[in-house]
Design a protein around this ligand. Structure first.
Ligand SMILES: *Cc1c(COP(=O)(O)O)cnc(C)c1O
Length: 444
């Protein structure tokens, strides 16, 4: 064993190996140190009998390549799911990104009032645009919608009761569970109704002197069908006003202009919800709204003011980049430049456009298949179980093998009826050329 220790190469000597020529010395030394420590440990544990120098060099090289390249990489989404949480939810269009770019590498008036020369309020940024866009009294932006839920409950319902329907006590994914978030915020959950049916009377009967709020939660990723009933936001707002309580709708995701494929009939737009004048509404910035990760809170001025006074807000505050991206998204909405909002643009595409895209790919590749009609979903916990039409290209061959081969080239497709396919709805124009090259490589 002691012998083996003596055989460990010196860090500098190893770093001078010709295999490492041209690599950054500082990073290389860090990786060699780490690998040599690991080697020491193995010798100590007597899990190796000898030191294979060429194997060590290979390992260092592999580790170097791994670290020197960012681990978050662009990929081609051919799943057809527009708001794919695992693939990063919404895309920021180049146009909106370009407008934000300057904020990345220069100082800004983030908390500086250019008129008075005094300290400004970061929460004023984006708020003016978003307030005009939604036509509400005031807006507050936090890190994500989960933070919005927590902040609202903690501010208005700490040690008090919040009434929620049993049918809306959901888990959203990434183990975000409404009952647990409520508990950690200090609010007391008062469940009413049953899984499938909750009536207005159930809320009425649950109200007592400890009640702070009536809360509605969008079910997001599931639906209750058949014998079911829920209380709409309109009735909840009315009841909360009658009883001098607050009402809050955790909407999860919000869309603005009318959507195709019957989606707008399935669920109201944010404007239809705001018509009922709820006290507070919150939703994610990167779901249907199609911008960056954020929690957007819309509400009455005095309530937003109280939220801003909560010390916890500091922990949920957003960076200038988030504010800038949101502001530019809001401007695009205000100008009705929907083509600048990638998520919206993808959902608005009709199947004719998608078919053209598929034909273009077929023409440029050796694929023998024809574009086929199929269905996909919006994703991201929005419009659960609502199918929307799409166009796909089936790739001939073993579906599992193809899925892996394409994934190795960072193209994520899906398997349907034992066939691997590429969905046209989520492809970007700039994806077409590299995708055609990959198809030609894989699908002979
Ligand atoms: C998605 C969602 C959340 C969590 O939002 P994040 O922005 O992911 O933090 C909370 N509530 C509902 C109803 C949701 O759909």
């Amino acid at each position: 064993m002691t012998n083996l220790f003596r055989q460990i190469p010196k860090i500098d000597t190893l770093a001078n190996s010709k295999e490492f020529e041209g690599l950054n010395r500082a990073l290389l030394l860090k990786i060699i140190k780490k690998e040599i420590n690991a080697l020491r440990k193995k010798i100590q544990d007597e899990s190796i009998q000898d030191i294979d120098q060429s194997e060590l060099i290979k390992r260092v090289k592999r580790e170097y390549d791994d670290i020197a390249n960012p681990s978050i990489k662009p990929l081609i989404n051919a799943t057809g799911i527009t708001i794919h949480t695992n693939l990063g939810r919404s895309l920021i269009s180049e146009r909106i990104f370009d407008k934000t770019k300057e904020v990345f590498n220069s100082y800004t008036n983030l908390e500086f009032d250019l008129h008075t020369g005094k300290r400004g309020d970061r929460y004023d940024i984006a708020a003016k645009h978003l307030t005009l866009l939604f036509g509400c009294e005031d807006v507050l932006v936090v890190n994500n919608n989960a933070a919005a839920v927590f902040l609202i409950l903690n501010t208005f319902a700490k040690d008090k009761e919040v009434i929620v329907s049993r049918g809306e006590l959901v888990e959203i994914g990434g183990s975000f569970r409404i009952p647990e978030v409520m508990k950690s915020s200090g609010a007391k959950l008062k469940e009413v109704g049953t899984t499938n049916k909750t009536k207005l009377q159930d809320y009425k009967e649950a109200i007592n002197e400890d009640t702070a709020m009536l809360m509605k939660v969008h079910k997001s990723n599931y639906t209750i069908e058949g014998f079911s009933q829920e209380v709409g936001i309109e009735e909840l707002v009315k009841l909360s006003k009658e009883r001098g309580l607050l009402d809050y709708y955790d909407l999860g995701s919000a869309y603005l202009p009318k959507l195709p494929y019957g989606l707008s009939d399935a669920e109201p737009s944010i404007f239809e919800i705001l018509k009922h004048s709820p006290s507070l509404v919150s939703f994610s910035g990167d779901k249907l709204f199609g911008s960056v990760q954020a929690g957007i809170i819309l509400g009455k001025k005095d309530l937003i003011k109280k939220l801003k006074k909560n010390q916890i807000l500091r922990m949920f505050r957003v960076d200038k980049l988030t504010l800038s991206l949101l502001e530019n998204t809001a401007i695009a909405y205000l100008k009705e430049r929907y083509e600048d909002i990638s998520t919206l643009k993808m959902i608005l595409q009709d199947t004719k456009e998608l078919k053209k895209r598929a034909q273009k790919i077929v023409k440029k590749t050796n694929l023998k298949t024809k574009p086929k009609e199929s269905f996909t979903f919006v994703g991201g916990g929005t419009f659960p179980n609502r199918k929307i039409p799409t166009i796909v290209l089936e790739i001939d061959g073993d579906a599992m093998g193809l899925q892996k081969a394409f994934r190795d080239k960072r193209v994520i497709g899906r398997i349907e009826n034992d066939k691997f396919l590429l969905d046209m709805r989520t492809l970007q124009d700039r994806d077409i050329e590299p995708l055609c090259n990959i198809i030609n490589e894989i699908a002979q």
